[in-house]
Ligand binder design. Structure first.
Ligand code: HEM
Ligand SMILES: *[C@@H]1O[C@H](CO)[C@@H](O)[C@H](O)[C@H]1NC(C)=O
Ligand SMILES: *[C@@H]1O[C@H](CO)[C@@H](O)[C@H](O)[C@H]1NC(C)=O
Ligand SMILES: *[C@@H]1O[C@H](CO)[C@@H](O)[C@H](O)[C@H]1NC(C)=O
Length: 377
C-alpha cells in the first residue's frame, strides 16, 4: 500500500514536471525499480504463473518488440549468457537490475523455460545474490542500484559474486582465481567451439560435446586452480549450464539439441539472439534437463570436492552429490542462505522467508522435496 502511495506521489511529481501532453503511465520498469531502490522496502509479487496454453508454444522471439541493443555504459551484464542476451533484447530491464518475477517472466517468454524450472533458478539466485528488502538483483556486479543493503554478512553481490551461484569450471569464463569470473573469455569459448568440432554431430555443440567439455573443464581446474571449489550448489549449476545451450539456444523450429557454432557465438560472444530466432516449441523443465545432466554424470562421474593447492583435489563425499536434487535444495536453504543471513529480523526475515517459500514451490512438484525452514515456520 505504502509503495503504491509512493508511486502515486512520484507520478504527481512527474505530472508537475512534465508538459501535459506526455503520458503519465509511461514509467518504465527501470524507473519503477530505481524508485524502489531509493525508497527501501518493496512489495514482493508472487511468482508468475506458467505461460497459458495457446501462449506457450513456438514463437519468434527476436522480434520487432525486442530489438537487440548493445548494452549502454551504465548497463550491467554478468556471467550468464542467457540473462545477458535477454537484457540486450529488452526481455529484462536493459539496466541489468531486475526483480525475480521479471527474471522468471523473461526466461519463460524469451526461451520457454518451464515455470518451475525458471523459479528454481531465479529464487535460488535471488536468495544468494539479491536484495530481499528492495526485491532487486543485479545480473552482474554489485551495484547501488539495488538499494540499501541489509546488514552484513549479507553480500547482495549480484550474479557475478563468486562463491555463490557463480563458481568455478565455467565454460566461457575463467575461474575467479585467474581473473574476472563474470567476463566472457574468448580463449575459453574457443575451447567450447573446438569441442563442438571434435565431438559434436556435424560440428555442433550437442550433448556429447557438452559431456566431454564439462569433464575437461573440471580436470583443467583441478590441475591449475589451487583454490578450486566444486561442491553443492555449484555442481548442479555447472552440469545444468553445460546442457542448457543444447536445448534453449537451439531454434525451436529445428529443435534437434544440436547448437551450431554460429548460434553459439551469437548467444555467448555477442549476447544476441540469432536473426529470426524462435524459442522452444513447448515449456522445457526438469524432465528434459535432468536426463541430459544425468548422462553427463554417467559419462564422467565425479565426487564433489575442493583443491588444497594445484592438483590436490580433496573429495567431499559427505556433501550432496549432483544427482541429489533435494539434498542440494536443503543445502541451499539450511547452509548457504543462513551464511549470509544468520539471524534476520523484522521485514528482512519476512522477505527471506517468502522467497524461501517461492523456492520450495519450485522443488515441491516434480521433485517432491521435503520443505525445510531455516527461520522457523
Ligand atoms: C532463470 C534464471 C537464471 C539465472 C539466475 C542464471 C544465473 C547464472 C549464473 C549466476 C551463471 C554463472 C555460473 C558460472 O558459470 O559460474 C550462469 C551461467 C550460465 N547460464 Fe544462466 N541463469 C539463468 C537462466 C539461464 C538460462 C535460461 C539459460 C539457457 C541457456 C542459461 C544458460 C547459462 C549458461 C550456458 C551458463 C554457463 C556459462 C559458462 O559456463 O561459461 N542460464 N547463469
Ligand atoms: C582468458 O582465458 C585464458 C585461458 O584460461 C587466459 O590465459 C587469459 O588470460 C584469459 N583472458 C583474460 C582477459 O582473462
Ligand atoms: C549433418 O548435416 C547434414 C547437412 O545439413 C544433414 O543432412 C545430416 O542429416 C546431418 N547429420 C546428422 C547426424 O544430423
Ligand atoms: C511425496 O512425499 C511424501 C512424503 O515423503 C509422500 O507421502 C508422497 O506420496 C510423495 N508424493 C509423490 C507424488 O511422490
Amino acid at each position: 500500500m505504502k509503495f503504491f502511495t509512493l508511486i502515486m506521489v512520484a507520478l504527481v511529481r512527474l505530472a508537475v514536471a512534465m508538459p501535459a501532453y506526455e503520458s503519465l503511465i509511461g514509467l518504465s520498469e527501470r524507473e519503477i525499480n530505481e524508485f524502489v531502490a531509493r525508497n527501501g522496502i518493496a512489495p514482493i509479487p508472487n511468482p508468475p504463473e506458467p505461460l497459458r496454453a495457446g501462449q506457450n508454444g513456438l514463437k519468434l522471439v527476436n522480434d520487432a518488440a525486442h530489438p537487440f541493443k548493445t548494452q549502454g555504459t551504465d548497463e550491467i551484464r554478468g556471467p550468464c549468457p542467457a540473462l545477458n542476451t535477454l537484457a540486450n533484447h529488452g526481455y529484462l530491464p536493459r539496466s541489468g537490475v531486475a526483480r525475480p518475477d521479471q527474471i522468471v517472466t523473461a526466461v519463460m517468454e524469451g526461451l520457454n523455460l518451464g515455470n518451475d524450472f525458471a523459479k528454481f533458478l531465479t529464487y535460488q539466485a535471488f536468495l544468494m545474490n539479491g536484495n530481499p528488502l528492495t526485491n532487486l538483483m543485479s545480473i552482474g556486479m554489485k551495484t547501488p542500484l539495488t538499494g540499501q543493503d541489509p546488514p552484513k554478512p549479507a553480500q547482495v553481490g549480484g550474479l557475478s559474486q563468486h562463491g555463490t551461484f557463480e563458481g568455478d569450471t565455467s565454460m566461457s569464463r575463467v575461474d575467479a582465481f585467474f581473473g574476472d569470473p563474470a567476463a566472457f573469455n574468448q580463449t575459453r569459448f574457443n575451447d567450447l567451439l573446438a569441442y563442438a568440432t571434435k565431438y559434436g554431430v556435424n560440428g555442433t555443440y550437442d550433448v556429447t560435446a557438452a559431456s566431454e567439455l564439462r569433464y575437461e573443464r573440471l580436470q583443467d581446474s583441478i590441475a591449475t586452480n589451487p583454490q578450486l571449489v566444486f561442491t553443492s550448489p555449484r555442481i548442479l549449476s555447472a552440469y545444468s549450464e553445460a546442457v542448457f545451450p543444447t536445448v534453449y539456444f537451439v531454434d525451436g523450429r529445428l529443435n534437434n539439441r544440436q547448437l551450431t557454432q554460429q548460434a553459439a557465438t551469437s548467444f555467448f560472444a555477442m549476447q544476441r539472439m540469432p536473426q529470426d530466432f524462435h524459442r522452444q516449441p513447448a515449456p522445457v523443465s526438469f524432465e528434459v534437463i535432468e536426463p541430459l545432466t544425468g548422462k553427463l554424470f554417467k559419462d564422467h562421474p565425479f565426487v564433489p570436492g575442493v583443491n588444497h593447492g594445484k592438483n590436490n583435489y580433496i573429495e567431499m563425499p559427505q556433501t550432496p552429490a549432483v544427482s541429489d536434487f533435494c539434498g542440494i535444495y536443503r543445502d541451499i536453504a539450511l547452509r548457504v542462505i543462513p551464511e549470509q543471513y544468520p539471524r534476520p529480523t523484522g521485514p528482512l526475515k519476512d522477505a527471506i522467508k517468502k522467497n524461501l517459500v517461492f523456492l520450495y514451490g519450485a522443488v515441491s512438484f516434480q521433485h517432491n522435496c521435503t520443505q525445510v525452514f531455516p527461520y522457523g515456520k
